[in-house]
Design a protein around this ligand. Structure first.
Ligand SMILES: O=c1ccn([C@H]2C[C@H](O)[C@@H](CO)O2)c(=O)[nH]1
Ligand SMILES: [Zn+2]
Length: 135
């Protein structure tokens, strides 16, 4: 599965987004190390703070199907942005913990701009589970 193929999966998921408030649709595709792909789209709510991003939808779907940290090979995300989409801070935090520091993250847009980065590069100096264990 190359980047273009995973981006195409994210683009297909994007079309399922529920976005009556922002009309800004985002898609994500999360590749597992057994080859399975989980899709995510943003799902909005009239109570705006309850909106869930495409990236977190994809991860939460994978966990609901029994996948765990360490099971993922790559995340692709696509939105109708000028440059490659930039995941929000909340998603960067979730991607880092559930996907792991080295998870490749492929960010793209409808024009075909693509950048490949990693979960940890997207959130330097992150708070994490290890911090909770300090007394
Ligand atoms: O990377 C991103 C950025 C934004 N959104 C969603 C959240 C909200 O539904 C809409 C506008 O912020 O786009 C995502 O799903 N992923
Ligand atoms: Zn987000």
């Amino acid at each position: 599965m190359n980047n273009d193929q995973l981006i195409a999966e994210a683009a297909a998921a994007r079309l399922k987004a529920y976005t009556p408030y922002s009309n800004f649709k985002v898609g994500a595709a999360l590749l597992c190390n057994d080859g399975r792909i989980f899709h995510g789209c943003n799902v909005e709510n009239a109570s705006y703070g309850l909106c869930n991003c495409a990236e977190r939808t994809a991860f939460f779907s994978a966990f609901a199907h029994g996948y765990q940290p360490g099971d993922f090979d790559k995340l692709a995300v696509i939105g109708d942005t000028d440059g490659p989409i930039a995941p929000c801070g909340a998603c960067r935090q979730v991607i880092l913990e559930l996907g792991g520091n080295e998870l490749p993250v492929v960010l793209s847009n409808l024009k075909g701009d693509i950048v490949e980065t990693t979960a940890s590069a997207q959130l330097p100096n992150a708070f994490g589970g290890a911090d909770l264990k300090k007394k």
